[in-house]
Design a protein around this ligand. Sequence first.
Ligand SMILES: [Zn+2]
Length: 283
Amino acid sequence: MIYGLGRQLSRVTLLGLPEAEIYRQERLYRRSAARGGGIRSGLLHCPVCGGRATRYRPFGLANRPNSACPYCGSVERHRFLWLYLRERTSLLRQRLRVLHVAPEPCLERRLRALPNLRYLSVDQFNPGADRRADLTRLPFAAAQFDLVLCSHVLEHIPDDAAAMAELSRVLKPGGTAVVLVPYDPKRPETEEGRDVTSPAERWRRFGHPYHYRIYGADLPARLSAAGLTAMVVATRAMLSGHHRRKYRINRNYLLHCRSSSREKMDRRSSGSGMRGTPTGSVR
Ligand SMILES: [Zn+2]
């Protein structure tokens, strides 16, 4: 999660600057100071920090209007992810070992403050992360984490199957990974170009100078091949129109992925492939 890439976009695409050169800039991980004159009122309510506002800041390469919370920097997908974790998982209640990949500062603050979590962040470039590592080669033994959070990372990785396999490997049996990516379920297949190195060409094809793909309806199958059983959760299915407006959350999706190994064990012990209710450490 970085801020301010949009201001460097023309330089990135014109000069063809490699991802590592940009993502190693420490200042991109620091959110600029909050504006707003201390006025904390308005119809918009950020569930991540509790702040109220009349309008959010623009964010993203296209300067998407009314997107970023002026207090904590959360954008639409962060508010959706936090609400999902808070309302639909045991994050706030259970003792869990959590791995946060490419940590978003607004969510990291909330997660580190939860006394029931053992929290660890990992990032390839961010000097503030607990561990610096490539997601295709995580420096952890197998079956270490109850919950892995991985938002808007897989599309940056040429060999995303290797990254998905690592997410699966480090999860405890029955553990959960929550994955967000640029995802368009109307595309039957993922459009990708893992050999396309030019940032300008990737910007043209995938809407971002450092993305290798836009995921399509085959995304759950790709996760399944890595041992993750994925359920797609849409903002529109989880939140009413009133709440989407109040929290300023756009059309978006997350994938709730469960490590398949526990299911295999369950099937072996019950002799049935069907289970009525989910089991495991995170629900
Ligand atoms: Zn906020």
